[in-house]
Design a protein around this ligand. Structure first.
Ligand code: NAD
Length: 341
């Protein structure tokens, strides 16, 4: 690839960091954007950023994507051929406590990304397309599994899901009105090393290594399409490469599912996690769990139909739950070794 200049927002985040690493490994020039907010452990964001900053062809900009002028200036200065917007306030439960943050990052912030990209398209700059994160949560609780993009997805059960669905509508409007090519990716429960400490598998691990009981909603009777980070990154790279070709003529906007398409019972996931933690000497006491009812905003199951993603993007997840959790546990043991000793 010739001079791949890419802007990745949310670069200090889990998926953003992993995407940047993969882009840098194949010789791209990457400009990262992140506001390093303290929604979860900032030290982990700093550690991800430090790894990226070790590459000569990476620069990090600490800014808020809701700062429309700064975003527009940066996109104009960098003149990227692709913008990948992964910055957002993630998490379903936190949207019950702090809805304002979701509106600011996911709606106001996303609008400034769209505006900056629109300016590039209108000025005839290099930008070929925008790639942005959506979420499996847009399917709510009433879709038929497996969830295909063709299904109705306008009955969100959390504000987080509502902002992600809004992103798809906003992107469609910009593609229609201004010819901005864009591809939205509905990610399904992404996990792995350097992952997000607010997600269940990571929270369980933090508690189990201390010998504390874990809180399991709905008695573990929930299905999640857990998707390993490397599989997600392969999908994102494919959209970076092929996005401008897969969008339809007319309104150049398209949405894809990126999920493992192999849902697991949460209860089975916990048993596998327990085994992987024991294998790495992270758990030596019996597992204790406290069963709690289903939480507001949670859905019973997620299950991606990936027929279109496979056909158009060559998306083919390869890492199953055993391997994925084993890699996570090995990383956790290594990364937090000093803190535990
Ligand atoms: N991890 C998953 O399972 C999952 C599932 C579905 C969708 N998603 C979406 O994928 C994207 C990446 O998720 P992630 O898991 O890497 O989350 P993450 O929280 O680790 O990464 C998001 C990053 O964006 C940054 N950020 C947030 N608001 C910002 C703002 N206003 N300006 C600049 N930076 C800001 C945060 O500091 C963080 O580093 C998000 O859009 C998320 O909603 C993730």
């Amino acid at each position: 690839m010739v001079d791949q200049r890419v802007i990745v927002t949310g670069a200090a985040g889990f998926i953003g960091w992993a995407t940047c690493e993969a882009l840098l490994a194949r010789g791209a020039t990457v400009v990262g954007v992140d506001n390093f907010n303290d929604y979860y452990d900032v030290a982990l964001k700093d550690a991800r950023a430090a790894r990226l900053e070790a590459h000569e062809s990476f620069t990090m900009h600490r800014l808020d994507i809701a700062d429309a002028d700064a975003v527009k200036q940066l996109v104009s200065d960098v003149d990227p051929y692709v913008v990948v917007n992964l910055a957002a306030q993630a998490g379903v439960r936190y949207s019950l406590e702090r809805p304002d943050v979701y509106v600011q990052s996911n709606l106001v912030g996303f609008l400034s990304i769209l505006e900056a990209c629109r300016a590039q398209v209108e000025s005839g700059a290099a930008l070929t397309h925008l790639v942005y994160a959506s979420s499996s949560s847009v399917y709510g609780d009433s879709a038929d599994a497996p969830y295909s993009v063709a299904q109705k997805s306008d009955e969100p059960v959390s504000l987080y899901a509502a902002t992600k669905k809004s992103n798809e509508l906003m992107a469609h409007a910009y593609s229609s009105a201004f010819g901005l090519p864009s591809v939205g990716l509905r990610f399904f429960t992404v996990y792995g090393p350097m992952g997000r400490p607010d997600m269940a598998y990571f929270k369980f691990t933090n508690r189990l290594v201390k010998g504390d009981a874990i809180e399991v909603y709905n008695g573990g009777d929930m299905l999640r399409d857990f998707t390993y980070i490397d599989d997600i990154v392969a999908g994102v790279l494919s959209v970076i490469d092929r996005g401008a070709e897969v969008v339809p003529a007319g309104v150049p906007h398209k949405v894809y599912n990126l999920g493992n398409s192999h849902p697991e019972k949460l209860g089975d996931f916990i048993l596998t996690l327990e085994r992987c933690l024991r294998d790495n000497d992270l758990l030596t006491t019996p597992l204790q769990r406290k069963d709690l009812p289903m939480q507001v905003g949670d859905v019973y199951q997620t299950f991606a139909d990936i027929e279109e993603s496979s056909r158009d993007l060559g998306f083919a997840p390869t890492v199953g739950m055993d391997e994925g959790l084993s890699r996570f546990a090995r990383w956790y043991a290594e990364y937090y070794r000093d803190e535990r000793s």
